[in-house]
Design a binder for this molecule. Sequence first.
Ligand code: SF4
Length: 401
Amino acid sequence: MAIDVLAGKVSAGGRLSANEALELYLEAPTHLLGRLAHDARGRKHRDRTVTYIIDRNVNYTNVCVARCSFCAFYRPVGSADGYVLGFDEVFRKIEETIELGGGQLLLQGGHNPDLPIEWYEDLFRGVKARYPGFKLHALSSPEVLHISRLSQVTVPEVIRRLVEAGLDSIPGGGAEILVDRVRKLLHCYSKASSDEWLDVMRHAHRAGLRTTATMMYGSVETPAERIEHMMRLRELQDETGGFTAFIAWSYQPDHTELRGVEATGLEYLRTLAVARLVLDNIDNLQASWVTQGGKVGQLSLSYGANDMGSVMIEENVVRAAGAAYCMDEVEIVRNIEDAGYVPRRRNMHYEILGEPVFRERTIPRLLELATARAEGDSSVPVELVNYPARSPAERERRHAS
Ligand code: SF4
C-alpha cells in the first residue's frame, strides 16, 4: 500500500495491521512518522501537558541465575561483587526519595535463588508499616515467575500474596522482544518465554493491578519482530486494558556478553513513533532519556511521547552497560518547557499530582544518579539468615561466617 494511503488511514484513526505498520516503519520519511505520531498523541492528550514521575530505581540484588547475554548488571551466584540490599538500606533510600518529593520505588532485581517469597513479603510489609502512603512499583514479569518457580507457588498466588504485603503495581521490564526466536538468541527464553511474560501481566491485570510494558530493541531482532512485539502488547491490552504506559529503550552493548553497537537516535525516534501508531490502546508513551539522553528525550515529545518518565534518582542497570545520563526534576522541567509543554508531576496511574516540587519548596539538586551501594561496600544484611539459602555458594558463605 502506498505510504500516503497508510498515512491517511492512520490520520483517520484506523488501526494498522502488522504488515502496514512494518511498511510505515521501513518506508515512511521520518518527518512524516513524527507528524503522524504527534497527531495520534494529540488525539489522546488534547492539552499541552507533559507528565513525569519522581521515583527511585532500586535494584535490590544483582545476583542472577538467568544470565541474559544482553545484561551487564548481573553477577553470578557466589560472585564477590554480588549484593543483596538490607531492609534498612531500602528504608534509607525511601527516605531520600521522599526528601526529593518522590512517592514510589521502582524495585527490580536479579533472579536470586536465595530470596524466597517470604523475603519480598517481609520487605514490602516493612515498607508499608513505616511509609504507609509510599508506593511499590515492583518486580517485573520474569521476577514474579522466578519467585513462583523458586517458592513453588502459582503466579496468581504470588501476586495475591505480594499485593497483600504491599505491592501496588508491576513494571514492564524483562519483555525485551516478545518473540521466542529472539528470546532464545538473547538467552532470556528460559527466564520467561513471550507467552509467560504476557501471562504474568494477564494475571496481574485480572488481580486489579496496573502495569507498564517495555521493549528493548536494537539487539538481534528484525524490524518485523519489533512490530510483532507491539502487536502482542496491543492484543493483551485489548483483552485486559491493564497497561498504563509503554516504554521503548535501545539495547546498551557495553560490558555485555552479546556486545554489538547501539541503535542511533533516529532509529529510536522512528521506533517510538511507530509504537504510538500501533499501540492505539495504550494511552501513555514515555521518552527514554535514560538511554537516549536529554536532548533526544526532549525530541521524543514530537514523536509520540507524552511523558518524560522518571526523575529516577538512582540507576544501576543501564549504567553498567555504558549509559550514564542524569536529569533531576529541574532539568526535566527545563526540557519540557523548552519544547513548549506544561510539566506536571504524576503517579503511576498518570493522575496529576501537581506542579514541580522544586517550585513549591527547596530540594537538593541531583547532578549524578545514585548507585545501589557505595563502591567497595560488600556488607551482608543481617536479616538474610532468616531465609533459607538455596544455592550451595550462599550456604557455604553463611557456614564460613
Ligand atoms: S536482565 Fe535481569 S534477568 Fe537477565 S541477567 Fe540481567 S538481572 Fe538477570
